[in-house]
Ligand binder design. Sequence first.
Ligand SMILES: Nc1ncnc2c1ncn2[C@@H]1O[C@H](COP(=O)(O)OP(=O)(O)OP(=O)(O)O)[C@@H](O)[C@H]1O
Ligand SMILES: Nc1ncnc2c1ncn2[C@@H]1O[C@H](COP(=O)(O)OP(=O)(O)OP(=O)(O)O)[C@@H](O)[C@H]1O
Ligand SMILES: [Mg+2]
Ligand SMILES: [Mg+2]
Lengths: 161, 161, 168, 168
Amino acid sequence: SKERFIETFNKINEKLAEVAPILMSGGRASLRLMDESNLLDGGVDIVVNPRGKKLISIDMLSGGEKALVGLSLVFAIYKIKPSPFCVLDEVDAPLDEVNTGRFITLIKEFSQNSRFMVITHNKRTMEAANQIYGITMQEPGISKAVSLTIDQIFNEEAEIQ
Amino acid sequence: SKERFIETFNKINEKLAEVAPILMSGGRASLRLMDESNLLDGGVDIVVNPRGKKLISIDMLSGGEKALVGLSLVFAIYKIKPSPFCVLDEVDAPLDEVNTGRFITLIKEFSQNSRFMVITHNKRTMEAANQIYGITMQEPGISKAVSLTIDQIFNEEAEIQ
Amino acid sequence: MKPIKLELIGFKSFFNHTVIHFMDGINCIVGPNGCGKSNIVDAIRWVLGEQAPSRIRGKSMDSVIFAGTEKFTASGMAEVSFYFENDEKNLPPQYNSYDEICITRRIFRTGESEYMINKMSCRLTDIVELFLGTGFGTRAYSIIDQGTITSFATSSPEDRRLMVEEAA
Amino acid sequence: MKPIKLELIGFKSFFNHTVIHFMDGINCIVGPNGCGKSNIVDAIRWVLGEQAPSRIRGKSMDSVIFAGTEKFTASGMAEVSFYFENDEKNLPPQYNSYDEICITRRIFRTGESEYMINKMSCRLTDIVELFLGTGFGTRAYSIIDQGTITSFATSSPEDRRLMVEEAA
Ligand SMILES: Nc1ncnc2c1ncn2[C@@H]1O[C@H](COP(=O)(O)OP(=O)(O)OP(=O)(O)O)[C@@H](O)[C@H]1O
Ligand SMILES: Nc1ncnc2c1ncn2[C@@H]1O[C@H](COP(=O)(O)OP(=O)(O)OP(=O)(O)O)[C@@H](O)[C@H]1O
Ligand SMILES: [Mg+2]
Ligand SMILES: [Mg+2]
């Protein structure tokens, strides 16, 4: 229904105003209706303003900045309706060290209420884990899952290969 | 011309047979004509066989495996016709530690004959550099380039942010 | 609907019976390129009722069955079971008295599929309905596939609208 | 055609005059997300004659001009100069006597463009012709943009054919 759509739209912007400045070091992101008169099926635009920079078109953003905007939107929706289980597959791949740290801070907070499954190659993200599974393929083409401690994986990763 | 196309096609496969096993730890990749009878404008397929695994369709490959296939193709073409200048923007992002090492070994070899510009967030790749430029944005929205030594960037990256 | 554990047999590269336990907080999955991490995500989508092969990187629904290697022959079946704690007691009445729920999906080379809730045969729609209203399922925003996070920023206005509607 | 240095003024986030020197071997470019690294790649494509704004992440050709920030006003012009050593002596006769070649491209807010070789005015086609046969230029395989390496594996058979033809 129209009301419910507008209500969710506004809630997401409310949460974006909380989450985006954290991930984008002071930057802002918000949803915008492309056609205010067409609430039934009009498109939804996203307006991004990295800190100190001018409002720019989304295609001019860097790879990492686009990932941070994507994460802001996903986490804003999470804050409205926390899912009991969240699966993130290598979402930290485009992030530099500091942004990885901000991402980790947020998932640590959210993981107090939900179980997160996070696939990553990033050591800092691994250090934030409560539990780590190492997946190996000692036998070519056949996967095996092994529950690991942090020191084990840094040796394990070297051994497997 | 048809002859030149077939000649290049075969040369690429020759180089792929050298490069793919290095990047894909014994795996193989080769080009295949989709229509042997149509050499003028028939499509070119790529057949991939990771070590020990069965021949599988390319969409079933992992993110990192696809990147390694892409790099094998790019480097095979490089070996046929080395460009004096190669620019690689975050091509190591999907790679794990060991594959990053293999990638670095190859670009070190090629960079003896060509100048490489490599954009990366990966410390191991940075360690392989002959020269490093740090790009900073102390003034929001305004980029500045600073020539750095290795020790400097690990401190610099922390300071900038 | 706290996830407790995931079991895979004959699912993609998981030829052998594999169990992954989920604990509170952050459960990290690590390993080299191509070792099977994203296949676990595909298994989760699949057991929750995914019907589009492309969303789990396959050409057809039976692409999920272990296809064999040079040393091991292909499997005849793939099976995934996903166990949950019914902690919020927000399930349909016929399942709400259970403390633990197990959903199972199987597919055979012959093309047949089987679905189970607590090891009792059911239809795919029963599984899909089980998750409605639990804040779970293959929704756009609780499972983020590899390589897709930037597309949330760059997607079309129509797709973004769908995302808002799903969050409602 | 060894690259020696790249100069940028008013190009995207490079408001100030910036010089990047290239040395033998591997020249790494590092820095935080959004600091301008890929903008350098755009500058290289652009000065080599790129004509499609989408290939340098812009909506129109003048998207490359510094658009201003909260503190600094937009520039009226963007300029990139790229210096090379003519070590292989494989250039068109009118340039082959030079030891060093400098190509320059400028664009003004008004929409006008200027092109120069060794600071002498020329046309865009002169720049494009300069690179033919030097194994250089905006070819598919010597500049790999961020996020595109997997597409070489997953591209359509037609695109892959084009890649083979370009390598010929
Ligand atoms: N039906 C199948 N049978 C056997 N193996 C399969 C099947 N489907 C996919 N695979 C294998 O699974 C591998 C891909 O696994 P996956 O995508 O989980 O890797 P990953 O650990 O996520 O790697 P990356 O870090 O590169 O993303 C491929 O090498 C493929 O051979
Ligand atoms: N015409 C312009 N004027 C001013 N700034 C611009 C202009 N075009 C792009 N930018 C800025 O450049 C930034 C993107 O830079 P770039 O893509 O080079 O980042 P990057 O260093 O490659 O980051 P990442 O590591 O995330 O890939 C954007 O934040 C954008 O604001
Ligand atoms: Mg993966
Ligand atoms: Mg970039």
